[in-house]
Ligand binder design. Structure first.
Ligand code: THU
Length: 130
């Protein structure tokens, strides 16, 4: 299965009764395995979680911590970009060069890297004097 197929499938299972904006994310990890996630909203709005967070949680739960590639899809007018928090979450497990493909359900896409998404990322190295 491709990242696009995985993200498209999992997007259908998103729980988004409040925004009605379903998002699917798929990660190819270092092993080659694919992990996917969808957004899961909550009536207490800030408790909702993004699709990317779900995919990352599935990857870590499976015992992997290295992201090789990411794809995100939504029914949006332009390819959907990860939110700020998800950019930092992706950067925790992905090198700056990792490809992140942003997609719409009608076939548009935009390819970016983690560095494009989060320039000047805060990393563990910034705490070296602590
Ligand atoms: N959302 C994601 O799951 N990922 C993104 O990259 C952008 C936004 C979700 C969060 C919320 O459930 C809905 O989309 C509207 O913000």
């Amino acid at each position: 299965m491709s990242l696009l197929e995985a993200a498209t499938q999992v997007r259908e299972r998103a729980y988004a009764p409040y925004s009605r904006f379903k998002v699917g994310a798929a990660i190819r990890a270092a092993s080659g395995a694919i992990y996917s996630g969808c957004n899961v909203e909550n009536v207490a709005y800030p408790e909702g979680t993004c699709a990317e967070a779900g995919a990352i949680a599935a990857m870590v739960a499976a015992g992997e911590t290295k992201i090789a590639e990411v794809l995100v899809i939504a029914d949006s007018p332009a390819p959907v970009p990860p939110c700020g928090g998800c950019r930092q979450k992706i950067a925790e497990f992905a090198g700056q060069e990792v490809k992140v493909t942003l997609c719409t359900t009608d076939g548009a896409s935009r390819v970016m890297t983690v560095a494009d998404l989060l320039p000047g990322v805060f990393t563990a190295a910034h705490m070296d004097r602590a």
